[in-house]
Design a protein around this ligand. Sequence first.
Ligand SMILES: Cc1cc2nc3c(=O)[nH]c(=O)nc-3n(C[C@H](O)[C@H](O)[C@H](O)COP(=O)(O)O)c2cc1C
Length: 208
Amino acid sequence: MDLHSVRMEYTGDDIASLPREPFRAFEIWLSEAMKTEDDATAFALATHTSDRVSVRMVLAKDLSADGITFYTNGDSIKGEQLNATHIAAGVFFWPKLHRQLRFEGAVTLLSIDDAEEYFASRPHDSRVASYISAQSRPVESYQKLHTDFENAKRVLELLPVPRPPKWQGYRIALERIEFWQGQPNRLHQRLFYAREKNGEYSRTWLQP
Ligand SMILES: Cc1cc2nc3c(=O)[nH]c(=O)nc-3n(C[C@H](O)[C@H](O)[C@H](O)COP(=O)(O)O)c2cc1C
């Protein structure tokens, strides 16, 4: 498939006025994206081990100065990779705004209480699905998966769905963050923040 002739023109406002604190800038962009995009809180999460780099989408569930939070099964590929390296990178792409937002940092496991609280807040059927799914393991058949789901639903109808012990929350610290705003003629604006040893952030404007 030849894609050479596909051309997208990017446009956007000047982003010079973004706040000095990257977390505030992150909040502004995420809030704006939630008004324009279909799935604004979804980001691509990259994790690795020495012989493998993996990337997949996850849903952001919290954003604070401490970092960005998501939930997953710790026995999945990403869970195993995070358990080995404790670092990750993420990227949001908000096409309607012609914006990309990247971040990198150390990853910490949230407390069991946090995992319990968020798990309990999810819709019943989502909890049942997490309960019966050994994420990232081979599936015998999707028919059997659906049967397991219906059986578990019946059994757990009037009971609290137990959180799978490895269903956990993770937080990625905002050590490096880059805001990319598309501009005409490929003269895009890139604002890069890096957290220094004293906890303050440096800001650098990068060439497109
Ligand atoms: C839009 C979108 C959002 C997703 N959100 C999550 C999520 O929050 N947590 C999760 O474990 N998987 C989520 N997934 C599924 C993952 O992309 C992935 O298939 C799964 O977590 C297994 O990844 P792994 O084998 O690399 O660990 C999402 C997928 C899509 C397309």
